[in-house]
Unconditional design. Structure first.
Length: 354
């Protein structure tokens, strides 16, 4: 039996008391303490349609950004968090119209982070290839991480949030490696995020990558079906290898063009493992050009000699049904100048032109 809501009809997320706040974080009064900023008053938030069905713990993590998960579970367990004045559990599913009580919570103050400059904001905004009320599709440049962390002050998602301060919700649907260019989906609503991630899990979204690999790709090699295992190097760097103890992984390949010493292939990952295309290419005996993680030093040096300056992997196309409308669409992203320059040089070399 479903729980009754505190209101009779759906309402947008709002604060009952004290003052209204953004849906992206609680904006209650704060005071400086030795341990950080403390929210001094109880905050009441009405759940909107976009948060319908979300777990309470995940809702609180979004409302109380920066508060550790352990604290979230503690305040729920102690009964300090209530829904419609009743005690609840962390895995309670929210219903549109629920009234959530959020108690005073101490948050650690973070050191100021470098904000994305106007130039990088302009580059990312210019890379948007599609946008509607539900989502964005961005042709991510090589060299930009999808999110900050691991020594990076910001990534693609932080740049978009900085460029769009009015946006209530912007979240990555999936990820690309920092050095991989191409199409990335960003959800503008939580309902769109749930839909798109479910479509990915059900393998209803088709991804196509273009990769320049070393050597002459065999025409009969159309698939690599090998399990992949993540592991850690002695220096702490995380990598992936083919290993029977790993997760099932499948990539479909098709050769698009051949050059002297290289081949341009289309790679369609059926599963979505970390470094999947890169490691499956190595397993096939044709590592991706410019891959400083999985390419041997001699081959990497030879690639640099022909002007190679980046990992030659590009998320070329996405095929999906759009959230809400269900319209079938296909997006394609052109190569950047560096990727195109390498292919042009190889074509000239293959033609024997000096």
């Amino acid at each position: 039996m479903s729980r009754k809501t505190a209101t009779g009809k759906p309402a947008k997320a709002r604060v009952k008391k004290p003052a209204p706040h953004s849906a992206r974080g609680v904006g209650a009064k704060q005071a400086d303490s030795g341990r950080g900023a403390v929210q001094q008053e109880v905050v009441w938030v009405t759940v909107d349609e976009d948060n319908h069905g979300q777990r309470l713990d995940n809702f609180l993590l979004a409302q109380l950004r920066g508060v550790p998960r352990s604290i979230i579970y503690r305040i729920v367990r102690k009964g300090e968090v209530r829904i419609n004045k009743g005690r609840v559990k962390p895995d309670t599913r929210l219903v549109t119209g629920d009234l959530v009580r959020i108690p005073p919570v101490i948050r650690k103050e973070k050191a100021p982070q470098a904000a994305p400059g106007s130039r990088v904001q302009g580059v990312v905004e210019a890379a948007v290839v599609f946008e509607n009320d539900q989502m964005l599709v961005v042709n991510k440049p090589s060299g930009i991480a999808v999110h900050g962390g691991s020594g990076l002050s910001f990534g693609l998602i932080e740049v978009l949030r900085s460029a769009r301060p009015e946006a209530r919700f912007l979240e990555l649907v999936h990820r690309l490696d920092r050095d991989t260019s191409g199409l990335v989906m960003i959800a503008k609503k939580r309902s769109a995020l749930r839909y798109l991630q479910d479509e990915l899990r059900q393998r209803r979204i088709r991804k196509q990558y273009h990769a320049l690999v070393t050597g002459d790709w065999p025409g009969k090699l159309g698939r690599v079906d090998e399990p992949l295992l993540r592991y850690e190097m002695p220096n702490g760097e995380r990598r992936v290898r083919v290993d029977e103890a790993g997760k099932p992984s499948l990539t479909m390949f098709r050769c698009l063009a051949r050059y002297k010493g290289y081949s341009l292939v289309e790679a369609s990952p059926v599963t979505g493992r970390t470094h999947q295309i890169r490691v499956h290419s190595v397993f096939a005996g044709h590592p991706i050009a410019g891959d400083d993680k999985y390419m041997d030093d001699v081959s990497l040096k030879a690639f640099r000699a022909v002007g190679g300056q980046r990992l030659m992997l590009h998320a070329r196309a996405l095929e999906l049904a759009l959230p809400v409308t269900g319209e079938s669409v296909r997006f394609e992203a052109p190569y950047d100048d560096v990727f195109s320059h390498v292919l042009n040089r190889l074509e000239v070399r293959a033609a024997g032109v000096n």
